[in-house]
Design a binder for this molecule. Structure first.
Ligand SMILES: Nc1ncnc2c1ncn2[C@@H]1O[C@H](COP(=O)(O)OP(=O)(O)OP(=O)(O)O)[C@@H](O)[C@H]1O
Length: 312
C-alpha cells in the first residue's frame, strides 16, 4: 500500500515561511489527523503533496513518486481541498460524471458515490444552490470516485451538521480499515482524536508532534486526582508523608487536587489511614487542553484568552 512521504519540505511565500523543513510519513491502514492552528501550514503542505505548488526545498512523494509523475492520479490519490472549487452551474451528477469520463471511470461509480455520500436527493440540483455541507459531501464523492488508495481531506467537517460529522468519522474509519492512507486536516483536536489513530501537529510550518493519538495524550497528560473528604487536615498530613501535596480548589466547593498521583494509589492510602472520602477521580487533561498548551506559542494569529479555562 501507499505512503505519503514528506522530506525536508520547505515553502516560502516571499518573506513568509509557510512550511519549514518538514519531514514525516503518512502510513496506510490508519487515519492520520493533520493538526495545527490557523496558518500553521497544513493546506500548503497538502498542496505541495498534490503538486499544486512547487516546494522551495525538499520533496513530497506518494508511493515514492511525485504527484505529477503518477499515471492517472485520480485513481491513486483522492483529495478534497476546496469545496467551493466545483462549477456552480453544473448539477452534482454532471460534475461527477465529467470527472469520471475524463479519468476513464465508469458511470456506475458516479451513482455509487452519490448514494454513499448521501447526495441522492440533490444529485440533480445545481451546485450553486448547495450548502457548504452539501459541497463538502460532493467534494468527498469526487475524491473517492477513482477508488484511490490515498485520501487527503482538508477540513472535511467544515459546514457539516452533527449527523454529517458522525458520517464523516465513520467514513474515515472505513477507508483506513480498507487499508487506505487517510490524511485529514483540522484545527480541532477533540474532533480529530475521535477518529484519528495518529496525529501530526504543525506550528508555524514546523513539525511539533508525530505520534499515535494515544501516545500523544499519555505524553502530554500530567497525572493527578481530584477528591473530596470530610477530613482535609488528615488527608493533607497523610499525603505529605508520601511526598504529595493536596491543594484546595479555588471554588471553595470542597474539591482538592493532588498532582502526580493516581486514584488507585490515593484510594489505597486514604483507606489505610481511615480517612473518609466523598469523591475520588483521576484527572487527565483533555486532548484539546494538551493541544492548546502545545500550540500556544505557535499560532501566528493567537488571541488572548477571554477568560480562564476551567480545569475539567
Ligand atoms: N498563496 C499564498 N501566498 C502567500 N502566502 C500564503 C499563500 N498560501 C499560504 N500562505 C501563508 O502561508 C502560511 C500557512 O498557510 P496555510 O493555509 O498552509 O495554513 P493552514 O494551517 O492550512 O491554516 P488554516 O487552518 O487557516 O487553513 C500562512 O501564513 C499563509 O498566510
Amino acid at each position: 500500500m501507499t505512503s505519503i512521504d514528506v522530506h525536508e519540505l520547505t515553502k516560502d511565500y516571499g518573506p513568509i515561511r509557510a512550511v519549514d523543513t518538514l519531514t514525516f510519513s503518512v502510513r496506510p491502514g490508519r487515519v492520520t489527523g493533520f493538526l495545527g492552528p490557523n496558518g500553521a501550514g497544513k493546506s500548503t503542505t497538502m498542496r505541495l503533496v498534490l503538486g499544486l505548488d512547487r516546494p522551495t526545498a525538499g520533496s513530497a512523494t506518494i508511493g515514492g513518486q511525485a504527484y505529477a509523475r503518477l499515471g492517472n492520479p485520480l485513481l491513486s490519490v483522492g483529495a478534497l481541498l476546496d469545496p467551493q472549487a466545483a462549477h456552480g452551474s453544473r448539477t452534482a451528477r454532471d460534475h461527477l460524471t465529467a470527472l469520471a469520463t475524463s479519468n476513464g471511470i465508469g458511470r456506475s461509480r458516479v451513482e455509487e458515490m452519490i448514494e454513499q455520500t448521501g447526495l441522492g436527493p440533490v444529485g440533480g440540483r445545481r451546485i450553486k444552490t448547495f450548502s457548504l455541507g452539501m459541497r463538502q459531501r460532493l467534494g468527498i464523492a469526487a475524491a473517492l470516485l477513482g477508488d484511490p488508495g490515498v485520501v487527503m481531506l482538508d477540513e472535511p467537517s467544515n459546514g457539516l451538521d452533527p449527523e454529517g460529522i458522525v458520517w464523516m468519522r465513520e467514513l474515515m474509519r472505513k477507508l483506513a480499515g480498507e487499508g487506505r492512507t487517510v490524511l485529514v486536516s483540522s484545527h480541532l483536536m477533540n474532533e480529530t482524536s475521535s477518529f484519528a489513530d495518529h496525529l501530526i501537529v504543525l506550528g508555524k510550518g514546523r513539525l511539533l508532534v508525530d505520534l499515535p493519538t494515544r501516545e500523544f495524550l499519555d505524553s502530554r497528560s500530567r497525572a493527578g486526582v481530584r477528591l473530596r473528604t470530610t477530613e482535609p487536615a488528615l488527608l493533607h498530613q497523610a499525603l505529605a508523608r508520601r511526598g504529595y501535596a493536596a491543594v484546595e480548589g479555588t471554588d471553595s466547593d470542597g474539591w482538592w487536587t493532588v498532582d502526580g498521583a493516581g486514584a488507585e494509589e490515593v484510594g489505597a492510602l486514604v483507606a489505610a489511614e481511615g480517612i473518609p472520602l466523598l469523591a475520588l477521580t483521576d484527572r487527565r487533561p483533555t486532548l484539546e487542553q494538551a493541544y492548546l498548551a502545545l500550540t500556544a506559542n505557535e499560532a501566528p494569529f493567537a488571541a488572548q484568552p477571554a477568560h480562564d479555562t476551567p480545569e475539567d
